[in-house]
Design a protein. Structure first.
Length: 234
């Protein structure tokens, strides 16, 4: 696709916006100024997709709602089953979760199983990013027990059932869920699009290196305006 930001044509009706680990436990690690900037940037993408979904869903029929974009909040259900899914042999998760606990961002293991106030119903999503009209067949929540929002989760089933071909991936952090999810999805032949403003990492230099040098081999790394331009051009 000559002159395009994307290596192949993008059909917005076959596109999903996936927000991975954009939840209070991890969001709280960010400096306040970063929180404000990040939520503003992500909200622009969410607003664009929500408007597009509302417009296209009017004439959509059938349980799969093909031809309508999808929004997925992929959340890590911390303290589900007392964090039994966290292996001490997993260095990334052990260090990451330990850091959250030290900062008081994560209750100690042993809490009660998920209730109506669980990530599955949305409360773990930052207030500014929650859907005002509630979750639906077009904006859903998927849990993942590993850094990847794709490998070993139900995400693949939802994407396939909707006829999704392109995935706009945002998340916290670049070196965690973004890297893991993008590599897994790219290896499984999905067209992954990563808007820079939708990524954040504790180490800005590492984030920049990954976006500039590594992830460009597996995905289209672009600006949010390029994604929003796909919606505006329809």
């Amino acid at each position: 696709m000559s002159g395009s930001t994307f290596f192949q044509p993008v059909d917005i009706s076959k596109t999903a916006l996936v927000l991975s680990d954009v939840q209070d436990e991890i969001y709280g690690r960010m400096p306040v100024k970063d929180q404000e900037r990040y939520s503003t940037n992500v909200l622009k993408l969410l607003t664009g997709f929500r408007k597009e979904i509302k417009e296209r869903a009017r004439g959509a029929q059938g349980p799969a709602y093909r031809g309508v974009p999808l929004i997925v909040h992929a959340l890590a259900p911390f303290n589900w089953n007392s964090n039994a899914f966290l292996s001490p042999s997993n260095k990334l998760l052990s260090v990451f979760v330990g850091g959250l606990q030290k900062k008081g961002l994560l209750p100690s293991a042993g809490s009660e199983p998920l209730t109506s106030a669980s990530p599955f119903t949305g409360p773990a999503i930052p207030t500014a990013l929650r859907p005002n009209e509630g979750f639906s067949a077009h904006e859903i929540v998927v849990n993942h027990l590993r850094p990847s929002a794709y490998s070993g989760t139900d995400l693949r089933v939802y994407l396939r059932s909707r006829g999704i071909e392109h995935v706009v991936l945002c998340g916290l952090t670049t070196s965690g869920t973004i890297l893991s999810t993008a590599l897994g999805m790219g290896d499984d032949d999905w067209h992954v699009i990563i808007p820079r403003e939708g990524c954040w990492d504790d180490d800005e230099k590492v984030s920049k290196m990954l976006l500039d040098k590594v992830l460009t081999r597996w995905a289209d790394v672009c600006d949010s305006k390029d994604v929003l331009g796909l919606i505006a051009s329809e």
